[in-house]
Design a protein around this ligand. Structure first.
Ligand SMILES: *Cc1c(COP(=O)(O)O)cnc(C)c1O
Length: 441
């Protein structure tokens, strides 16, 4: 530990140090201290032999920016270090990252079991768009881990959940879900977008693959879309015959076997060399640069986000216009104990939902009444954000479906920013008064 003689020499850097330095050493050619934006599509080969070894994946290097780019690589290394992972592949968005991960695992006719409490876009992607590849999803209640087990059959290739689920403040006991995945010989994929590696590192609790929408807290400023898939490096892909794309020779790489050749980073190498190469949802170097810059202040921002969100949640719980508050940091939350166990540095995060006594009318009036908050469909910005799902993101659903998704007519979703807490509360107070008056009309 710190100051304990020899051990200090080998002490791994702390999280905040990694957030600033991991993946971001000075540019070897120019000495530029910050990671340059390598705004180039392609890279000159030293020779025909060099080119051949790059194309054969015998030498690591850059060929064409659809597959890899130095600015993007720096970001991949940084996020992998923050998660304690072995390798990572960045993508153009969180949804693109999900596509890459499942492309490696699935075959036509296979299935995966996913939590039903997910970001709405993920439910649509899994239900309708993945269906066109004949990848089938089975949704279960993630607060009852045994439901994952009951839904697994011989064609199941993965379990998927959000550890801190959006919306609704649900905390999933991923150690229990991971034990079920291990027993079945399949990986647990965790979408950790809402928690971020600062609050929760899923690999330390049995997850095998972590996915982020970097669009949210990692970029942190609402400036860039991005996604990433990180692998722990600890999953044994050869323990059964389910993962042929990793354990059998790949015809798209003249017979290369990814797991045998790349071992503990075989999954991410396949996700890059085949899924990213052939599907093409590449992260732009400019966006990688913006996200790299955002991550440098991740610990500071998240501390402030959570402190503000917890104060707002406690204040809202006592507000006369508010029926309930679903923030896992509150003692009243059924997920409070799990939140404290898995997110000791900031139980519950900074995105949560509340229910208004005035129902739909009050919800619409509140989002129309805010001045400091922005009424929009994003989370994880420095700015405080608000949305009334029933009139926007979830408006295509029936009321029963809205309620099942945690987005009933009375629900507001808040993403609390890093402004002064007094200003955040004052704005919500006047907006809720606006809603109360409107509901009384
Ligand atoms: C936003 C989000 C996604 C999708 O990410 P995009 O970057 O918008 O494609 C996936 N999961 C969660 C939890 C999200 O919040």
């Amino acid at each position: 530990m710190a100051g304990a003689g020899d051990e200090t020499k080998f002490r791994p850097p702390g999280f905040a140090t990694l957030a600033v330095h991991a993946g971001a050493s000075p540019d070897p050619t120019t000495g530029a201290r910050n990671v340059p934006i390598y705004q180039t599509t392609s890279y000159v080969f030293d020779s025909v032999d060099h080119a051949a070894s790059l194309f054969n994946l015998q030498t690591f290097g850059y060929i064409y920016s659809r597959l890899g780019n130095p600015t993007v690589s720096a970001l991949e290394e940084k996020v992998s270090a923050l998660e304690g992972g072995r390798g990572a592949v960045a993508a153009a968005s969180g949804h693109a990252a999900q596509l890459l991960a499942f492309y490696v695992l699935m075959d036509p006719g296979s299935n995966f079991v996913a939590a039903k409490n997910l970001y709405g876009g993920s439910i649509t992607q899994f239900t309708h768009t993945f269906k066109k590849f004949d990848w089938n999803v089975r949704f279960v209640d993630p607060t009852k881990p045994e439901e994952f087990e009951a839904a697994i059959d011989g064609d199941t290739r993965a379990l998927f959940c959000e550890n801190l689920a959006n919306p609704g403040g649900i905390v999933v006991d991923i150690e229990r879900v991971s034990a079920i995945a291990k027993k079945a010989g399949i990986p647990l994929i965790v979408d950790s977008t809402m928690a971020t590696p600062y609050l929760w590192r899923p690999f330390e609790h049995g997850a095998d693959i972590v996915i982020h929408s970097m669009t949210k807290f990692l970029s942190g400023h609402g400036t860039a879309m991005g996604g990433i898939v990180v692998e722990s490096g600890r999953f044994d892909w050869a323990q059964n015959d389910k993962f042929a794309s990793l354990t059998q020779p790949d015809p798209a790489y003249h017979g290369l076997t990814f797991y045998e050749t790349f071992g503990d980073f075989g999954f991410s190498t396949k996700a890059r060399a085949v899924a990213l190469r052939d599907l093409g949802p590449t992260l732009a170097p400019m966006n990688a640069f913006l996200i790299l810059t955002g991550i440098e202040t991740l610990p500071l921002r998240i501390q402030r986000h959570v402190a503000n969100a917890t104060a707002v949640a406690e204040w809202l719980e006592k507000h006369p216009a508010v029926a309930w508050v679903s923030h896992a940091g509150l003692k009243s939350s059924p997920f409070h104990a799990l939140a404290k166990k898995y997110m000791p540095k900031g139980p519950g995060g900074s995105v949560f939902t509340i229910g208004l006594k005035g129902g739909f009318k009050a919800g619409v009036a509140a989002v129309e009444g805010v001045e400091l908050f922005s009424h929009l469909a994003n989370i994880g910005d420095t700015r405080s954000l608000i949305i009334h799902p029933a009139s926007t993101t979830h408006r295509q659903l029936t009321e029963a479906q809205q309620i099942a998704a945690g987005a009933g007519p009375d629900v507001l979703r808040l993403s609390i920013g890093i402004e002064d807490i007094d200003d955040i509360i004052a704005d919500l107070d006047q907006a809720l008064a606006h809603g109360l008056n409107r509901a009384a009309e």
